[in-house]
Design a protein around this ligand. Structure first.
Ligand SMILES: Nc1ncnc2c1ncn2[C@@H]1O[C@H](COP(=O)(O)OP(=O)(O)OP(=O)(O)O)[C@@H](O)[C@H]1O
Ligand SMILES: [Mg+2]
Ligand SMILES: [Zn+2]
Length: 343
């Protein structure tokens, strides 16, 4: 991230020094392990404040604040960032990765955390039901500033999705890993499928849509909300047909296959990341083509030691239950590209 000199790896800003009680904060979104906020500093801080004097006053500009959730049992952020630098960065071009930077949340009890928790309590009704009542990890020492990938202008368009498992399973299987797992979920809980009005997208369609019209329509149906303009839809279709990022992610996944038991951590991380797409249409009337930024995020190090047993048991259940071949009883319906191709 190119900020001021104070914004480098050898100096981690302590954002509690920026008077969090004066911030305007918005809850943006959350996942199972992290919370994301938009922070705006007061427009003109008194010139005597430390933040102003240090030239820190705009580090939130263009960035969001990501903090760990209580109870999520993930690695501390410095470890996530280290993993990112050593293991993720070499795999993808920098323009395809959401940039981030550590920040200190201040001495415990952190004022920043108290304020974020107060906001979460107020935002409760807008949160996903199963996430309500969760708060920031109380003794978290670090947060991250992440590049804000949301729309910057009213005519921009932002889409996010998880590409999941992009390679077909070994031969003779008629379902990909993702669809086999979805079938298993439906099998355990019949209400699971019903919760997905459009069915569940087969991730193999992400790669197939380069040459297959049906796959392209399928992906668009799932990732483009009805509110998108025809022009946004066309730009997304072009990107899906021609991008090099999804094939690159597919290659990285193939190279790090969980069934080989080597680097299970990275294998799982590469199958659980998010992809953010932002389409911006120039507003200067120059007729410049729209720009699409495509960046991977949520490439957090997984706790393989803790999850290994669960992953192995799940794989065994999928194989033994016949979910890779659609032989489970009763048979669950999926929309796997492999099943479509076989019919
Ligand atoms: N850089 C970003 N720009 C815009 N929105 C973002 C950004 N990072 C995260 N978000 C929003 O916040 C949500 C949660 O973020 P994140 O993926 O970091 O949480 P998580 O707990 O790791 O999720 P998961 O449960 O999928 O692992 C995202 O789905 C997205 O909507
Ligand atoms: Mg995550
Ligand atoms: Zn599938």
């Amino acid at each position: 991230m190119s900020q001021s000199a104070s914004f480098s790896s050898d100096h981690i800003p302590d954002i509690s020094g920026f008077y969090p009680e004066k911030w305007t904060i918005k809850f943006v979104n959350e996942g199972a392990a992290n919370l994301v906020f938009e922070v705006r500093l007061p427009p003109s801080p008194p010139s005597t404040t430390e933040s102003h004097a240090n030239g820190h006053s705009d580090i939130f500009q263009g960035h969001l604040l990501r903090v760990p959730k209580a109870g999520a049992k993930t690695f501390p952020y410095p470890e996530l960032l280290q993993y990112w630098d050593s293991t993720i960065t070499p795999l993808f071009p920098p323009e395809n990765l959401v940039q981030h930077q550590l920040v200190k949340l201040g001495q415990s009890p952190s004022k920043v955390i108290t304020i974020l928790d107060e906001l979460l309590a107020k935002a409760e009704s807008g949160r996903r039901k199963d996430f309500r009542d969760t708060r920031v990890l109380p003794d978290a020492q670090y947060g991250m500033l992440i590049e804000d990938m949301r729309s910057q202008n009213p005519s921009d368009y932002f889409v996010e999705f998880k590409p999941k498992w992009l390679s077909p399973s070994p031969s003779q299987r008629t379902r990909c890993r993702n669809c086999a797992r979805e079938a298993y979920r439906d099998h355990l809980d019949p209400s699971h499928h019903k919760a997905h009005r459009l069915g569940i997208l087969c991730p193999l369609d992400f790669i197939a849509c380069r040459s297959n019209r049906g796959s392209l329509e399928n992906v668009l149906k799932h990732i483009v909300p009805a509110s998108a303009s025809p022009s946004h839809r066309n730009h997304l279709a072009d990107w899906l047909r021609t991008n090099s990022l999804l094939p690159l992610l597919q290659q990285a996944q193939a190279k790090h296959d969980p069934s080989q038991g080597v680097n299970l951590e990275l294998a799982m991380t590469l199958r659980d990341c998010s992809l953010f797409l932002r389409i911006s249409t120039p507003q200067d009337g120059t007729g410049q083509p729209a720009r699409i930024e495509a960046k991977l995020a949520d490439l957090d190090k997984k706790n393989a030691a803790k999850k290994k047993k669960h992953w192995e048991e799940l794989e065994r259940d999928l194989v033994e239950g016949g979910f890779y071949e659609g032989k489970e009883q009763p048979r669950e319906e999926t929309d796997c590209l492999l099943e479509r191709a076989a019919n």
